[in-house]
Design a protein around this ligand. Structure first.
Ligand code: PMP
Length: 392
């Protein structure tokens, strides 16, 4: 039977990591993989997480099974950070822990499918796994342009996609720090989107995977809260893997907000059934560490400080790129206005290949770079390499 399976190509970014590791040029620069890096190129464990992990080692009484909903202390502790004042305390909002933000996206879309969804509207380009999950669920991807030529969000395309949509449609929106473009909606645009969604039968799914890496924890939740305050139903897929640096521990959460506590209970019962059939229950350790951080004032303050330092470094690199005036034909100015770890450079596949072959600079074939891969020490090398390949 297994002979019927066709060979699949490996994930392009994971393949790029292997190539990078095999490159022995000391000046090599990795702008491919989507993890935060310090100015020294490291991706350290947060000190606040280390502190929480020490407490878990000392105090955790058991590792016996939890349920499919995972650690509800973790899920609840995140709510004020994500939803702020829009969080109702009357049972209309509920959630569960998931294996990473990926698990939460999967759960949200599988649930929408169970509820009769047929199509998922999404701005393109998007995180490549969005389309893979949609297709794997045998839903249809309906793409619309996310970023306009002026380097800002393409609101006209979003308006038109929502205008053409019906009650079997889901719209998948990035809450902040859009991956891969870095182009976020402004607060005014979010207000408009919330108004459009309030009038529309489309189910919004908001993927918030980088809260705190754009303008701040509160600022980065503006869009989600604007939408949650206006619509009858919204699903949220949340990741703690970037803003707590927990990547491989797979820490995420799924939330549902509806107009009626009984409806929310029904939705969550379906989400629990789907979770049980997919992964039974999420891995515990990372979520438990986040709970310990959020339940402790000193650890929370330490975490927020560490997060602010990451955000500051990303903003500093972006500013430096935006003001670089020797990048030749490549306009880096929009990067100063964009948010988060990622940006799309206007380079073609040949130029990406030349950057790799001639300059040991590694980035995705699409031209996406991880801004955090740059440091004050290698940024000038990067900018002149870019100018050189663009002039060719
Ligand atoms: N959504 C987006 C937009 C992402 O970029 C990512 C991670 N690259 C995720 C979700 C999933 O994150 P996690 O590692 O927590 O599964």
């Amino acid at each position: 039977m297994l002979q019927r399976l066709e060979q699949q190509s490996p994930d392009a970014l994971l393949a790029l990591i292997k190539l990078y590791n095999a490159d022995d040029r000391p000046s090599k620069i990795d702008l491919g993989v989507g993890v935060y890096r310090t100015a020294d190129g490291a991706t350290p464990v947060f000190a606040a997480i280390k502190g929480a992990e020490r407490r878990l080692v000392d105090d955790q009484p058991s590792k016996a099974y939890l349920g499919p909903e995972g650690d509800m202390g973790f899920v609840t502790a995140l709510v004020p950070h994500i939803f702020g004042d829009t969080a109702p305390a009357d049972g209309r909002l509920d959630g569960m822990q998931t294996p990473g933000g990926t698990g939460a996206v999967r759960l949200a879309l599988a649930l929408a499918k169970r509820a009769g969804a047929r199509r998922v509207l999404m701005g393109t380009p998007s995180w490549p796994n969005h389309a893979q999950i949609v297709s794997d669920l045998e839903l249809e991807v309906v793409g619309f342009s996310h970023a306009a030529d002026n380097g800002r969000a393409d609101m006209a395309a979003l308006r038109s996609a929502l205008g053409d949509a019906d009650e079997k449609d889901v719209v998948l929106l990035h809450g902040c720090c859009h991956n891969p473009t870095g182009v976020d909606y402004t607060n005014d645009e979010w207000d408009e989107i919330a108004g459009l969604l309030a009038q529309s039968p489309v189910l919004p799914v908001i993927d918030l995977a980088y809260q705190g890496l754009g303008d701040g924890m509160e600022e980065d939740a503006y869009g989600l809260r604007a939408v949650a305050g206006r619509v009858d139903e919204v699903l949220v897929a949340y990741s703690c893997d970037k803003n707590f640096g927990l990547y491989r521990d797979r820490v995420g959460a799924f939330y549902v907000l509806t107009g009626d506590p009984a409806a929310t209970t029904r939705v969550v019962s379906n989400a629990a059934a789907l979770a049980r059939a997919n992964w039974s229950m999420p891995p515990d350790h990372g979520g438990a560490a986040v709970r310990v951080v959020l339940d402790d004032e000193a650890l929370t303050a330490q975490w927020l400080e560490e997060l602010a330092a990451m955000r500051g470094r990303i903003a500093q690199v972006r500013e430096r790129l935006a003001s670089a005036n020797h990048a030749g034909a490549v306009d880096l100015e929009p990067l100063g206005r964009q948010k988060g770890m990622f940006a799309m450079l206007p380079v073609n596949k040949e130029q990406v290949q030349m950057l790799r072959d001639d300059h040991a600079i590694y980035m995705a074939g699409s031209g996406r770079i991880n801004v955090a891969g740059l440091t004050m020490g290698n940024i000038d090398t990067f900018v002149s390499a870019l100018a050189e390949v663009a002039a060719n």
